[in-house]
Write a protein that binds this ligand. Structure first.
Ligand SMILES: CC1=C(/C=C/C(C)=C/C=C/C(C)=C/C=O)C(C)(C)CCC1
Ligand SMILES: [Fe+2]
Length: 287
């Protein structure tokens, strides 16, 4: 069981759930979309922005040409994901949901094992889809899916399978932390009470991102918030610029669909190189 001091995300997550309950009570859909954009930009995205520093250390990018090659490769992978989304949105969204489950599972995989982590990720994503299919389906359609009904129908199966795997992993893992069972239970409450996008904000911005930031920053020896801010700022600002550059391609669509596409197709595109880098870096990271 967990004995050391609680990481910041342990307390941030329940606070995030309460804040999400607060802003979901605001009337109309715009407060939700505005909070989604702001919290993604300020709280969610920066954990991926540490990738430049992570790569410098673990891929030994000590010269400018190597750094440029890394950034070029990262962006090329993201472009491939966007191109696939363009051609085959249903398959791309289905794959995104699956690799997101694997990625979210990294939060706990060092304690619950790789498979236990996948169960955790399927639980996280299965909950809002199962509890609010009629809200999630139009959101998937905004991302270009024409068979969102099929993806939504898979929600309860993902939830059941994920729940069974997670339960087994929790029962079998001697070094499970309190948060490994507390958070999946809090997520049930969140998924039941919140709009799926508010639920996503609570998980992604208040649990996943701070947890990853803390782990990666500690590994990089970035102890103060000033140093961390300096490490994430350039990549975060460059990502804002790329997101803005996508706008002209989406002109003519309803504004909620534009925001959904920039945020989630953007995340799908960035998560692929992010996961590959984590795959290389995490075994080299001292726990
Ligand atoms: C689109 C959408 C969903 C899925 C979001 C996903 C899959 C996000 C993945 C983010 C990642 C991988 C971030 C990495 O740090 C929900 C919440 C099911 C329901 C609402 C609409
Ligand atoms: Fe992440």
């Amino acid at each position: 069981m967990e004995t050391s001091a609680r990481p910041p995300a342990f307390w941030l997550f329940p606070i995030g759930l309460l804040l999400s309950l607060g802003f979901s009570a605001l009337p109309g859909q715009w407060p939700l979309y505005i909070v989604l954009v702001l919290s993604t930009a300020i709280l969610g995205l920066p954990h991926g922005s540490l990738d430049t520093a992570v790569a410098r250390r673990h891929l030994r990018l000590h010269s400018m040409p190597r750094l440029i090659a890394f950034l070029g490769g990262y962006m090329a992978l993201s472009t491939v994901v966007i191109a696939i989304w363009w051609q085959a949105p249903n398959a791309a969204l289905g794959a995104f949901l699956l690799y997101s489950a694997v990625h979210f599972g990294d939060d706990v995989a060092h304690r619950l094992g790789r498979l236990g982590g996948v169960g955790y990720g399927l639980w996280i994503l299965g909950l809002p889809v199962t509890l609010h299919p009629q809200k999630v389906q139009p959101l998937f359609e905004m991302l270009g899916a024409t068979r969102a009904d099929l993806l939504v129908a898979a929600g309860p199966w993902a939830l059941g399978l994920g729940g069974a795997i997670l339960l087994a992993a929790l029962a079998l893992s001697p070094n499970r932390a309190t948060s490994d069972w507390r958070d999946p239970l809090l997520l049930v409450v969140g998924a039941a009470l919140l709009h799926p996008l508010a639920y996503f904000i609570a998980y992604w911005c208040f649990l996943h991102s701070p947890r990853h930031l803390e782990l990666a920053a500690r590994d990089l020896g970035l102890d103060s918030w000033r140093e961390r801010l300096r490490a994430v700022a350039p990549t975060t600002l460059a990502t804002y610029a790329l997101a803005l550059a996508a706008l002209p391609f989406l002109i003519g669509m309803p504004s909620d669909a534009i925001l959904m596409r920039i945020i989630f197709i953007g995340l799908a595109a960035l998560t692929v190189p992010h996961m590959i880098l984590e795959f290389i870096a995490s075994p080299r990271r001292a726990e």
